[in-house]
Design a protein around this ligand. Structure first.
Ligand SMILES: [Zn+2]
Length: 128
């Protein structure tokens, strides 16, 4: 028996949404990694004089955007994987903290959500 408030058909919809988001993130991640590789290799075959300062600064910008996205993407991928695991465990749609039911509307916007609104607000308040 599963404790999840959703039936198999509903779970399948969420599972599909999670899978699509996961793919999207993976593709974007790869695209950024390729872009960064390109920036790096085009730089290594140039001469290392002062004319490359602008390029170096754009490399730094690119790198910080890349690592910022990387951190977020890694976090989101992990939360998607946890959500997929909760589907397997039959706990999808329940708050991981208090076990309350997470509202459908919240899951539709954010299928990887693992906290009910009250717990999410408490968690956000602590981070401030
Ligand atoms: Zn909760």
């Amino acid at each position: 028996m599963s404790a999840s408030p959703f039936d198999a058909a509903q779970l399948h919809v969420f599972e599909t949404a999670l899978g699509e988001r996961r793919l999207e993130l993976t593709v974007e991640f790869q695209r950024l990694a390729d872009t960064f590789d390109g920036v790096q290799s085009s730089r290594s075959d140039g001469s290392a004089d002062g004319a490359h300062d602008a390029e170096a600064s754009s490399l730094r910008t690119e790198w910080s955007r890349m690592s910022g996205f990387q951190g977020e993407a890694v976090e989101e991928l992990a939360s998607i994987d946890r959500a997929l695991q909760r589907i397997v465990d039959g706990k999808y749609g329940l708050c991981v903290r208090g076990g309350e039911r997470i509202p459908d509307g919240r899951l539709e916007i954010k299928p990887a959500a693992d906290l009910c609104i009250a717990c999410a607000e408490k968690a956000a308040a602590r981070r401030r």
